[in-house]
Design a protein around this ligand. Structure first.
Ligand SMILES: *Cc1c(COP(=O)(O)O)cnc(C)c1O
Length: 386
C-alpha cells in the first residue's frame, strides 16, 4: 500500500480485508469480547478496549496516511491528547505553542498542571523563543501549525532539528492541515495528533481523536496508555471515519480553493481590517507555509472594524452557521475570543491579538459563490445596523 498515492491509500483502507466476506466497506464489529480458540490462544482479539477489528483497520490506515508506524483512535481529540500527556511525569516541563486550541490549553494548564506538569507557552513561530524556554526538565514540544486562530506558521524542520538535538518529544497537532497537506514526520515529528472531529471526519457527525507514532517503540508505549486509560473510539464511529477518509483528498482540494478565494475577497472588502490566511502573499510566513505544506487549508480569520460589527455579522449570516468547530463540509463562523479560546487568560489573548473583533471562518466545500454572497449580505446588513 505504501507505494500508492495518498488519495488512493485513503480510499482503499480496509477494502477487501475482511477475508470471511470480501466486504468492500470494512464491517463494523460491535462485539465487546471474543471467543478464544483454546487455552493460551487468541484470534488476535480478546476484548474490545484492547483491540477491535474495525478500530484496528482504521488505526492501520491512519498510520499509513501520516507516514508513521502506529495509529491509535480515541473518543475525541482531547482524549488523544490526555492519553499522550499521561506519558509524562510530575515535574516534567513541556513547551507548547501559545496560539493553541483553547481546549488543549485548558487540559495542560488546569488539569495536568495540577498533577505537576509544568507548561510554558511560547510563540513557536520563533525558534529562538522555543530554545530560550528550554529547561533541564523539558521533555516535549507541542506545536500547532498553522496556529489557532491567527494562522501563524511554525518552522517544522527547524523545530524538528532542535527537538532531536535536545532529545525532546516533538508533537505536532496536524488537525488544521491533515496528512493530505502537511506531513510532520518528514520534519522530525515523533507524534502526530488529530482532532478527527474536524477534517478527517469532515461532516460534523463524529467526535474522534488520533495519535500516530513515528516509531514502533513509542507506538507500543502509547498503545499501553490507550488500553490503560480506555478512551477508545467506538467501532461505529471508527467506521464513520473510515468512510470519511475516502473523500479526504477531494475535500481538502476544495477547502484550499474556496478558502483562497474567500481570503482574497475579504482582503479587498472595506469593512475588513486584516485577513489571516497563510495562502495570501500578505501573510508574513507565506513562503514558509508554502515550503512545508502542499496547500494552505480551509481555515482563516479576519478582523472587522469593531466588536459590535463582528456580532452583527454573526447575527446576519444565513447560509453560514455561527457555530464552534471546523473542518466540515459546511462553512462555519465563530468568535474565538468568547468561544474556542474562552478559557485562555485575557493578557495572553491581548498579546496574541484575539479580541471580539476577530472572526474565524472554517470554509466549507459549498459553491464558493454562495459562501461569498452570504458574507456580502451579512456585511451589508451589519453596516446598515451600525
Ligand atoms: C478541536 C481541536 C482539538 C480537540 O479535539 P476534540 O475532538 O474537540 O476533542 C485539538 N486540537 C485542535 C487543533 C482542535 O481544533
Amino acid at each position: 500500500m505504501k507505494t500508492l498515492a495518498r488519495a488512493t491509500q485513503a480510499i482503499h483502507i480496509g477494502v477487501g480485508k475482511d477475508s470471511a466476506t470480501g466486504a468492500i466497506s470494512y464491517p463494523i464489529y460491535p462485539s465487546a469480547t471474543y471467543r478464544h480458540p483454546g487455552v493460551g490462544q487468541s484470534t488476535g482479539f480478546d476484548y474490545s478496549r484492547s483491540g477491535n477489528p474495525t478500530r484496528q483497520t482504521l488505526e492501520e490506515g491512519l498510520a499509513v496516511l501520516e507516514g508513521g508506524v502506529r495509529g491509535l483512535a480515541f473518543s475525541s481529540g482531547m482524549a488523544a491528547l490526555t492519553t499522550l500527556f499521561l506519558h509524562f511525569r510530575t515535574g516534567d516541563h513541556i513547551i507548547a505553542s501559545e496560539d493553541i486550541y483553547g481546549g488543549t490549553y485548558r487540559l495542560l494548564t488546569l488539569v495536568l498542571g495540577n498533577l505537576g506538569l509544568h507548561i510554558s507557552y511560547v510563540p513557536t513561530s520563533d525558534v529562538a523563543a522555543v530554545q530560550a524556554a528550554m529547561q533541564p526538565n523539558t521533555r516535549a514540544l507541542l506545536v500547532e501549525t498553522p496556529g489557532n486562530p491567527l494562522m501563524g506558521i511554525s518552522d517544522l524542520a527547524a523545530l524538528g532539528t532542535l527537538c532531536r538535538k535536545h532529545e525532546l518529544m516533538f508533537i505536532v497537532d496536524n488537525t488544521f492541515m491533515t496528512p493530505m497537506l502537511q506531513r510532520p514526520f518528514e520534519f522530525g515529528a515523533d507524534v502526530v495528533v488529530h482532532s478527527a472531529t474536524k477534517y478527517l471526519g469532515g461532516h460534523n457527525d463524529v467526535c474522534a481523536g488520533v495519535l500516530v507514532a513515528r516509531t514502533a517503540e513509542l507506538g507500543e508505549r502509547l498503545y499501553f496508555l490507550q488500553n490503560s486509560i480506555g478512551a477508545v473510539l467506538s467501532p461505529q464511529d471508527c467506521w464513520l471515519l473510515l468512510r470519511s477518509l475516502k473523500t479526504l483528498s477531494l475535500r481538502m482540494e476544495r477547502h484550499n480553493q474556496n478558502a483562497m478565494q474567500i481570503a482574497q475577497w475579504l482582503e479587498k472588502h472595506p469593512a475588513v481590517k486584516a485577513v489571516h490566511y497563510p495562502g495570501l502573499p500578505s501573510h508574513p510566513q507565506h513562503a514558509l507555509a508554502q515550503s512545508q505544506a502542499s496547500g494552505f487549508g480551509g481555515m482563516l480569520s479576519f478582523r472587522v472594524r469593531s466588536a459590535q460589527m463582528a456580532r452583527k455579522v454573526l447575527e446576519r449570516l444565513t447560509l453560514i452557521s455561527f457555530a464552534e468547530s471546523l473542518g466540515g463540509v459546511e462553512t462555519l463562523m465563530t468568535l474565538p475570543d468568547i468561544q474556542t479560546h474562552g478559557d485562555i487568560p485575557r493578557e495572553q489573548k491581548d498579546r496574541l491579538g484575539i479580541d471580539e473583533s476577530l472572526l474565524r471562518l472554517s470554509v466549507g466545500i459549498e459553491d464558493v459563490a454562495d459562501i461569498i454572497a452570504d458574507l456580502e449580505q451579512a456585511f451589508a446588513a451589519a453596516e446598515r445596523d451600525a
